[in-house]
Design a protein around this ligand. Structure first.
Ligand code: G3H
Ligand code: 13P
Ligand code: NA
Ligand code: ZN
Length: 328
């Protein structure tokens, strides 16, 4: 059944676990997430970006998610708009049956230019009024996501500040977070604590102080009823990078957020953990390997099945690590 983000994360907070929010664009990704959720009895957040709606088409996305709910009736499913750039995008998602929307007012509508605090408050509050009127939850974002190591937002997927960021812009201020929540009424808040989008987060294996976990605790203390969200939470599995390289892919040396760091975040109040890149890497690795090793193969179902299985294994591991398994 469908569930709003607020109800799903209230349960997660009550029981001290985190919920991975995986990005969806096609049937294979939805299959992978739902199969892993069914195997582990986990509740699910399926999130779709504006890019995903453009890729699949609004009706296809909507009907594929409806099919997932029909096929797995016992799994609670939240359908969430990822990085809404404007109230119009959020409104379209609500019309499309989403049970949660993110208004990302940390950036202007171009999703590249850091926006003022006043802009963020005003635009997010508008979306909260619109969404809450129909029982839809809202996630806001405060602070500009960026790697504390590289000072970059990881703009390769088109969501993130352009150019170099300074530490002040990148880290969410706990006092401002409390003010933001009081002014907007958001259900969930994405915080900047040193993660960034995409595959190129860190140039070396991250050490203990590269993510500001203490800041999560400080924010959580001030806004205990607002669920904290960690974007840019792919771990960038080295084994999948190796498989991609072994089978003709070119991907530079790079490191992601270790699962243990995410678990530390969950212990300190993170409830929603956004993951897209890891599924992209696993699916690409599995498809490259299959096509390279079985050069006579031309049935796409075999290729996509391998991709689905690879993504499913990542999902299952995250459901288990985040304490989400058994909570459905
Ligand atoms: O940052 C958000 C997700 O990684 C979605 O990326 O806009 O390419 O679909 P996308
Ligand atoms: P990754 O690029 O680390 O998977 O982050 C995805 C994300 O934050 C989507 O909003
Ligand atoms: Na992105
Ligand atoms: Zn994000």
């Amino acid at each position: 059944a469908m569930i709003a983000l607020r109800q799903l994360l209230d349960h997660a907070a009550e029981h001290g676990y985190g919920v991975p929010a995986f990005n969806i664009n096609n049937m294979e990704q939805i299959h992978a997430i739902m199969q892993a959720a069914a195997e582990t009895a986990s509740p699910v957040i399926l999130q779709a970006s504006a890019g995903a709606r453009g890729y699949a088409g609004e009706a296809f996305l909507r009907h594929m998610v409806a099919a997932a709910v029909e096929e797995w009736p016992d799994i609670p499913v939240c359908l969430h708009q990822d990085h809404g750039a404007s109230p119009a995008v959020c409104q379209q998602a609500i019309r499309s049956g989403f049970t949660s929307v993110m208004m990302d007012g940390s950036l202007k509508e171009d999703m590249k230019t850091p926006a003022s605090y006043a802009y963020n408050v005003a635009i997010t509050r508008r979306v909260v009024e619109m969404a809450h009127a129909v029982g839809v939850s809202v996630e806001g974002e405060l602070g500009c996501l960026g790697s504390l190591e590289t000072g970059r937002a990881g703009e390769e997927d088109g969501v993130g500040a352009e150019g170099a960021l300074d530490h002040g812009q990148m880290l969410t201020d706990p006092t401002q977070a409390a003010d933001f929540v009081a002014a907007t009424g958001v259900d969930a808040l994405a915080v900047a604590i040193g993660t960034s989008h995409g595959a190129y987060k860190f140039t070396r294996p991250p050490t203990g102080d590269i993510l500001d976990i203490a800041r999560i605790a400080a924010i959580h203390q001030r806004i205990p009823d607002t669920h904290l969200v960690m974007h840019g939470s792919s771990s960038v599995p080295q084994e999948w990078l190796a498989i991609i390289r072994e089978h003709g892919g070119e991907i530079g040396e790079t490191y992601g957020v270790p699962v243990e760091a995410i678990v530390a975040g969950i212990r300190n109040g993170v409830r929603k953990v956004n993951i897209d890149t890891d599924l992209r890497l696993a699916m690409t690795g599995a498809m490259r390997r299959l096509l390279h090793e079985d050069r006579k193969e031309f049935d796409p179902r075999k290729v996509f099945r391998a991709a689905t299985a690879a993504a499913r294994d990542i999902c299952r591991a995250r459901f288990e690590a985040f304490g989400c398994a058994g909570q459905a």
